[in-house]
Design a protein around this ligand. Structure first.
Ligand code: HEM
Length: 142
């Protein structure tokens, strides 16, 4: 389960469903020396932050192990697939529970074999696969 959670986290780092998160500032703030006044509409691009080589080593590589080595290695805001704060995703726990349940049951019972070499992704309002993934499911009891 530890590895599965790390794999889900790593998938969401590389492909955050909500690419951009936004806020209207309710107070003046300073970001890296820039004064940003109250009322400004600001956007945070999760996709870019998640692939920043200054934050993640080998940022484009799928490495679930990075989340198992040393949890404190990355800033807790380095990857925020469910947002943060009072308006963060209210369905986070439900979504995570469903992903862990579905994946653990699938993997326990089947071997998943890819049938397509590489499925790209499309970045719109959300990120989604450019075509269906269609893995072959082979019953582990066979
Ligand atoms: C993998 C699945 C999901 C992802 C990646 C996701 C991601 C997000 C993100 C990034 C936000 C914006 C958070 C922010 O502005 O800080 C959000 C908001 C929200 N999500 Fe999700 N979500 C998921 C599943 C769900 C589910 C299953 C539900 C409901 C059962 C849900 C309900 C909501 C609601 C109601 C908000 C608005 C919260 C607010 O504005 O106060 N989400 N989600």
């Amino acid at each position: 389960m530890k590895y599965l959670k790390a794999a889900v986290k790593e998938t969401q780092r590389l492909y955050p469903s909500a690419v951009v998160n936004s806020r209207i500032l309710d107070e003046d703030i300073e970001i890296k020396g820039y004064n940003v006044p109250k009322g400004t509409y600001i956007m945070m691009n999760s996709y870019t932050a998640s692939r920043d080589p200054k934050i993640f080593d080998n940022p484009d590589e799928f490495q679930p192990e990075r989340w198992l080595q040393n949890e404190k290695k990355y800033h807790p805001f380095a990857s925020l697939p469910f947002g943060h704060g009072t308006r963060m995703c209210v369905g986070r726990r439900l979504a995570q529970q469903e992903m862990y349940l579905l994946l653990s049951e699938l993997i326990r019972n089947f071997r998943l074999v890819p049938t397509k070499p590489n499925v790209g992704s499309i970045c719109g309002l959300t990120i989604h696969p450019e075509s269906s993934v269609e893995p072959k499911l082979i019953d582990r009891r066979e």
